[in-house]
Design a protein. Structure first.
Length: 641
């Protein structure tokens, strides 16, 4: 795939926690503001009920006990019990609703990231390790879960509790309240410093976790295990994983201990405030002032102690939120990635296409500064006809084919299906009209039937079998113990290359697209398997417009027209017989294949890599000619073997 497409997102340099990012996070909760309003009411009610208990306690100490009023004492004691019960019930309901809202927000965020990734160009995935993508969806969003589901609610709850408690403390004794809150700015300053420190460590930890996830995904896949064992590198891979894990251990310890001593200092200071309050009350009495009553002092200390928990929790919550902002930022990086291929606001809906494909002055570049991969392609493929595209590695063959299903968009010109620019078609119409079969067959870790129905979810068993027969694979499936319910294994590794290719062909037959792009679908197969797959390809091609990216020239001799690409331009075109008679580059390739049947005359790799060979392509640009006639009638260079 290209080396000049958008890069994987890099760690942002903007400082997390800027106002616009906070607003963006809050917008995630907008669809659930009704439920959040209920949570707010429950939080307020719970906080008000909770601060009522100290006032009841004051009445018990100052009124009921000195007056020996048993009735009042009973009533006040029951009131304290009722306050505890009601506050607990409100807390349970608050947790239920807030957790539900949080999980819905997490679901929305995961879905949004996944949907965005579905729209990204192919080059994004060639430049981004699979483990990195998985880490963003699972690790980063999972790490945000505590913040979204509980921390946000805890923040509201603690703010309300602190506010209500401070109001109650002021109502009891404003002098003691001033003493209690004098150190609050110092506590906030410490918490902000701890938060910034944890934020930096969190960003480093998530990057390290993404690195580990990428290593696990690559090395523990079927291909990775095969490569590691056959190369004798299993111990090396284990050592690499151990090194990465060791780095994560250090980061986890740092994250756990970040600011612990500072936060412990806050706890110790707040724990020393009650003795200070008792001493202050005594000092007021000694100085001749009016000291608080015993009931007021006990109630106030109870409130102050009650303030300790939400205040400490509030400071810790602020630290956690600052740390989680790094996770939000990493997820927002994916959501903000530009999408190059989008659907028009008013797309054209195409019915059953006839299948005429036209390349109208098509040029394409992977990078604006690089030489064009395709340059001025003028080509018509009539409906129901076949086109074969041949050429050396780097000629632009696969790129040309991928422009039809719009896996890339042209830089200049246009590609049309039945006269409609593919950029104007809605995605559903384009997907229904153009099918692609490549040598890189992908099968899900599911049953054969499920893999086939990926193309047509409502397909009947009869339709599955008919498609498999057309693909020359039904008899093999029927002979399996579980038949169509056989699980293919990860990436289909329980089947041979030819069997996987025929399953992919059956899947495409089930879709029944009128235009078919075959990207070297048989290039990686041995001759015997290739013949079986070629029969399946012939069955699939019947009555369709077929564009074949050719690896072996023997597979395209019957094509209605053949074009030979060189450095992104059409060097020759015609039928097999016409090009042989021309005696140019195509004829030279045929002679080479006849002389060396086991080599790849039209390509030296399994897939077109025009985007990966700018240097080699540059050497061919403008280079000389053999005796054949090029597309524009000028002498053309002999193709270097």
């Amino acid at each position: 795939m290209p080396h000049h497409e958008p890069h994987a997102p890099q760690p942002a340099t903007a400082e997390p926690g800027q106002p616009h990012e906070i607003r963006r996070i809050l917008r995630l909760f907008r669809p659930y503001r009704g439920r959040l309003g209920v949570v707010g009411l429950l939080v307020a009610a719970s906080s008000l009920v909770a601060v009522a208990s100290p006032f009841l306690l004051r009445e018990i100490i100052d009124v009921a006990l000195p007056g020996r009023d048993t009735g009042l004492l009973t009533l006040l004691a029951l009131g304290m019990v009722a306050a505890t019960v009601v506050s607990s019930v409100f807390g349970v309901l608050q947790t239920l609703i807030s957790t539900t809202v949080g999980q819905r927000v997490m679901h929305d965020l995961r879905t949004a990231v996944y949907a965005k990734l579905q729209l990204m160009p192919l080059a994004f995935f060639t430049r981004t390790r699979t483990g990195e993508v998985q880490s963003r969806i699972a690790g980063d969003i999972g790490g945000m879960q505590a913040t979204v589901t509980s921390t946000a609610t805890s923040l509201v709850s603690n703010v309300t509790a602190v506010t209500a408690t401070l109001v109650a403390m002021l109502a009891l004794d404003w002098r003691l309240t001033l003493i209690s809150v004098a150190l609050l700015p110092f506590f906030v300053w410490i918490a902000r410093r701890v938060g910034r420190e944890r934020k930096r460590i969190t960003a480093q930890r998530q990057r390290q976790m993404a690195q580990m996830a990428a290593l696990v995904t690559e090395s523990l896949s079927v291909s990775g295990i095969l490569l590691g064992r056959t190369m004798g590198r299993a111990e090396t891979l284990t050592g690499r994983f151990a090194d990465e894990s060791e780095k994560l251990v250090a980061l986890e310890v740092r994250a756990s201990m970040a600011g612990r001593w500072r936060m412990a200092t806050i706890g110790m200071i707040m724990g020393a405030i009650p003795p200070l309050l008792y001493w202050s009350a005594g000092a007021l009495a000694q100085l001749g002032g009016s000291p608080p009553s015993i009931g007021t002092l006990v109630a106030f200390v109870g409130l102050q102690q009650g303030l300790l928990r939400p205040a400490t929790s509030l400071l810790s919550t602020g630290v956690d939120i600052q740390a989680s902002l790094a996770l939000f930022q990493r997820v927002f990086e994916y959501l903000d990635l530009p999408v190059d291929i989008t659907e028009r606001p008013d797309p054209v809906r195409l019915g059953r296409a006839r299948g005429e494909v036209v390349f109208d002055r098509v040029s394409f570049r992977y990078d604006p500064a690089a030489q064009p991969t395709l340059d001025g392609i003028e080509l018509t493929v009539p409906a129901g006809s076949s086109l074969a595209v041949v050429g050396a590695t780097g000629a632009g063959k696969s790129t040309l084919g991928y422009l039809v299903p719009r896996l890339y968009d042209v830089t200049e010109g246009r590609v049309t299906v039945d006269g409609v620019d593919v950029r104007d078609l809605d995605f559903a119409s384009l997907a229904a009209s153009v099918g692609v079969v490549s040598q890189e067959t992908y099968l899900f870790h599911a049953s054969i039937a499920e893999n086939l129905r990926f193309a047509k979810p409502d397909a009947t068993q009869r339709e599955l079998e008919d498609a498999a027969r057309a693909a020359q694979i039904h008899e093999h499936i029927a002979a399996l113990p579980d038949g169509y319910e056989t699980v293919v294994g990860e990436r289909g590794y329980r089947f041979s290359g030819g069997e996987k290719q025929r399953l992919a062909l059956a899947r495409t037959i089930l879709r029944d697209p009128p235009v078919l792009v075959l990207d070297e679908a048989t290039s990686a197969l041995d001759t015997r398997t290739e013949l079986a797959v070629q029969r399946a390809v012939d069955a699939l091609a019947a009555g369709r417009t077929v564009i074949t990216i050719a690896h072996r020239l023997s597979t395209v001799r019957d094509a209605d027209q053949i074009v030979l690409l060189d450095a992104g331009r059409i060097a020759e075109r015609g039928t097999h017989a016409e090009l042989l008679a021309l005696g140019g580059r195509y004829a030279a390739l045929v002679r080479r294949e006849s002389t060396h049947p086991d080599t790849a005359p039209a390509d030296s790799s399994h897939a077109d890599s025009s985007h990966a060979e700018p240097a080699r392509r540059g050497r061919r640009n403008g280079a000389g000619a053999d005796r054949s006639v090029s597309q524009d009638g000028t002498p053309a260079a002999e193709l270097t073997p």
